[in-house]
Design a protein around this ligand. Structure first.
Ligand code: SAM
Length: 213
């Protein structure tokens, strides 16, 4: 659920933004029509925004935590330099398989490596240095994912954490629900961390830009 004011703002921003088209539009429509949990997918505005961030930062190696059906990964790869590649982690086999088939159809299967399983177990096995991490999995895991990825993030590298306003629930005097509480704990955790600087962008469900110092 989005706050009404926020929803109007989001609609306005979408109306005057360039949105993904071609294959990305078709695959997102397909997921919307056929997947029972389609609401988990980033929307078109966020997809284009992720592509543009990648054009600005030019990350060569990206880690995504929470692939779902691959929409955000496909948008990011569209904005990355040609030598860039993504490792993306998805817990559910069916969604990982769907994402893999979209990566193949888009002709980027050589550049997006999909790992199926729990990110908490997979990240420690990865010997990588990332330029950018897109954090978009279960909210109760955010602090773990942050702590697991930060040491492997390049100095000056970025973590983009989605849903940090959790439908506006973190603004309440008393925060209830395990996901909203987990996000609040994450926001406090990052804000108190001298290893990084961070800014929350308060649109849609809130994105936190975190940079490793
Ligand atoms: C919000 S969706 C990701 C949406 C996707 N990034 C996009 O924009 O289309 C969150 C995904 O994280 C996955 N997930 C949840 N817990 C996970 C974990 N521990 N490890 C890896 N993936 C996880 C879920 O199965 C779900 O597909």
């Amino acid at each position: 659920m989005m706050l009404q004011e926020e929803s109007d703002l989001a609609k306005y921003c979408s109306r005057y933004s360039t949105l993904p088209d071609g294959f990305l539009l078709k695959m997102s429509e397909n997921v919307m029509e056929n997947h029972p949990h389609a609401h988990l997918m980033s929307d078109a505005w966020q997809g284009k925004w992720l592509e543009m961030v990648c054009r600005m930062i030019k990350p060569v190696h990206v880690l995504e935590i929470g692939t779902f059906t691959g929409f955000s990964a496909l948008n990011m790869i569209a904005g990355m330099p040609s030598e860039g590649f993504i490792d993306t982690i998805e817990l559910r086999q069916a969604d990982a398989d769907t994402a893999a088939s979209y990566f193949k159809s888009a002709g980027v299967e050589q550049r997006i490596n999909i790992h199926c399983g729990d990110a908490r177990e997979i990240i420690p096995q990865m010997n990588m240095e990332w330029d950018l991490v897109f954090l978009d999995a279960d909210k109760v895991g955010y602090i773990d994912y942050y702590e697991l990825t930060l040491p492997k993030l390049k100095k000056g590298g970025w973590i983009l954490a989605d849903n940090v306003l959790f439908h506006g629930q973190v603004l309440k005097d008393e925060i209830s629900g395990k996901n909203a509480k987990a996000i609040q704990a994450f926001n406090e955790h990052v804000a108190a961390d001298p290893r990084t600087e961070q800014v929350i962008i308060p649109i849609r469900d809130g994105i936190m830009f975190i940079q490793k110092l």
